[in-house]
Design a protein around this ligand. Structure first.
Ligand SMILES: Cc1cc2nc3c(=O)[nH]c(=O)nc-3n(C[C@H](O)[C@H](O)[C@H](O)COP(=O)(O)OP(=O)(O)OC[C@H]3O[C@@H](n4cnc5c(N)ncnc54)[C@H](O)[C@@H]3O)c2cc1C
Length: 500
């Protein structure tokens, strides 16, 4: 336990006190713990994690082939070099995170098997009271903290999203969601249908294609894919020249970020040209006779949804080899033996995998209250996608959609450390963001502009999310390249910050 932790008795439960409480030991929470120890040594803090180990997303997802679709030079932390191929398996990411924990002695700050159920702010005490349940004993435990750092991700880890289709109960085979992949699932020689066309489906299909009898990717509409080698030529060259790994990490990060910024700008400025390039890349793998129009030509602009990366074209190799196929159609109903499609065709299946996405979970399914009043985050306005009007001493990490999540997790960490330092200097016990007089008539809009980015889990959960305004400070801009320059210069005495 950190030296500064104190004990106090509250309503029957003993509460342990920390300066900062971090929710979640995924890539964001572990990063937050690292930055706190380096940037604010001496700060007492605890990380509470409901699962039995660290990793978050990379621990939860155990389906065959699970891997990143971002490169690890930018999905990795800025402070710890990535030394392998850019696209990594979940196991490799977990090993990398494990090293960060080990090398920086972060393990002593993390409490696993602690599911947080409530967080209550008291203005009289200027602190949060957090209640959690221990998985090992079932015991309720209580913590108090001056500051809450929400690193709980954006979806419910216990179960994925599966739509209701007619006749599901009549299907005699097994229905599986990739998020809760059963360890005992035997798919060798079986007919498998994977419903979905996103990164998960694109990862799973090639991973099982060789072993299954046949795997069919069933999609309602096509997705953009980017196929390329799982290698970075610059990194490989620098490594051959025996350049220090710290340098390689920084140089390759900068190069990848530069390339991505050019690509993103082009996707907005010349979407038709970019779409043509992406389709050309897929065509090169599938050959001239493949029906690209039906199966691989989306109707939306590139970047309106995340573009799935296909390392070494593995998805397309399976299709060419005849182990995998794509069907673009709609589900009419499930039958005893598979799926009946709206076109009238039937798909036979022994196993149906619903790679249909996530259940958005706003702030970790934790009940929040401010001075006894239940908090509905949909009533708040977000400050740069990380703080919320009327919610004191709390920062939320929500990463980028079009760039690696961790880039933003690192930036938020810098912001938190700067804010905590500033509060100390001002001897403030409380900080909250508030709309300024000039923001009074600002239109309040949904969290994300659906014209800009519209994945299903966000569309389904938009009503639960905070509002955004029409000025950069009241938006989650999704723009790393601006935020990396603007955030370090944020004036913490600007009138958006109200101290107490
Ligand atoms: C299959 C998959 C692949 C992805 N690939 C990429 C990629 O390549 N690049 C990219 O940028 N993004 C990717 N993402 C998005 C990804 O979720 C984030 O990039 C990142 O891993 C999120 O990290 P996090 O720590 O913020 O949240 P999470 O990984 O979701 O971790 C949050 C942690 O908080 C814990 N927690 C939540 N609520 C509570 C509670 N009430 N009490 C206690 N603990 C709690 C959870 O158990 C979990 O361990 C992917 C997502 C998925 C599902």
């Amino acid at each position: 336990m950190p030296d500064t932790a104190t004990l106090s008795a509250t309503a029957g439960l003993t509460a342990e006190h920390f300066d900062v409480l971090i929710v979640g030991a995924g890539i964001s929470g572990v990063g937050g713990a690292y930055h706190l120890t380096k940037q604010l040594p001496g700060t007492s803090f605890v990380v509470l994690e409901s699962q039995e180990s660290f990793g978050g997303t990379w621990l939860t997802h155990r389906y065959p082939g699970i891997r990143s679709d971002s490169d690890l030079y930018t999905f990795g932390y800025r402070f710890k070099p990535w030394t392998s191929a850019p696209i990594a398996t979940a196991a490799e990411i977990l090993a990398y995170m494990g090293e960060v924990i080990e090398e920086n002695d972060l393990g002593r700050h993390i409490r696993y098997g602690h599911r947080i159920s409530s967080a209550r702010w008291s203005s009289a005490e200027n602190r949060w009271t957090i209640e959690a349940t221990r998985a090992d004993t079932g015991q309720d435990v209580r913590f108090t903290a001056n500051f809450l750092w929400m690193c709980q991700g954006y979806y419910r880890h216990s179960e994925g999203y599966t739509p209701e289709w007619a006749g599901m109960e009549s299907f005699k085979g097994r229905i599986v969601h990739p998020q809760t992949w059963p360890e005992d699932l035997e798919y060798a020689g079986k007919k498998v249908v994977v419903i979905g066309s996103g990164a998960t489906a694109a990862t799973l299909v090639p991973a099982i294609a060789d072993k299954c009898g046949h795997v069919t990717l069933l999609q309602r509409s096509p997705t953009f894919f980017r196929a390329a080698r799982n290698a970075d030529d610059l990194a490989d060259t620098l490594r051959r020249l025996q350049i220090d790994e710290n340098w390689i990490h920084e140089i390759v990060r900068r190069k990848i970020l530069h390339d991505q910024s050019v690509f993103t700008r082009r996707a907005f400025e010349e979407p038709e040209v970019v779409a043509k390039e992406l389709l050309g890349g897929v065509r090169a793998h599938l050959g001239p006779d493949y029906d690209m129009d039906t199966h691989f030509t989306p109707t939306y602009r590139p970047w309106r949804q995340r573009i799935a990366f296909v390392p070494d074209g593995d998805l397309f190799k399976g299709i060419r080899a005849g182990h995998a196929s794509v069907v673009t159609d709609e589900i009419e109903r499930f039958t005893e033996t598979g799926i009946h499609l709206k076109s009238g065709k039937d798909l036979e299946a022994d196993i149906i995998v619903t790679a249909t996405g996530f259940n958005l979970n706003v702030l970790g399914d934790i009940e929040f209250a401010i001075d006894g009043k239940p908090l509905d985050f949909a009533d708040t306005v977000t400050y740069r996608g990380m703080m919320f009007t009327g919610v004191p001493n709390m920062v939320w990490v929500f990463g980028y959609f079009r760039a690696s999540w961790t880039l933003r997790a690192d930036l938020v960490a810098d912001f938190v450390c700067r804010l905590l330092t500033h509060m100390k200097e001002r001897q403030a016990k409380k900080v909250a963001v508030a709309l300024r007089p000039e923001d009074k008539d600002m239109p309040l809009l949904p969290w994300i502009d659906p014209d800009n980015f519209n994945p299903g889990y966000l569309m389904r959960g938009m009503h639960l999310l905070p509002k955004r305004g029409d000025k950069p400070e009241w938006q989650h801009t999704q723009d790393y390249w601006t935020e990396k320059d603007v955030w370090p210069a944020i004036d913490l005495d600007d009138r958006t910050f109200v101290y107490g």
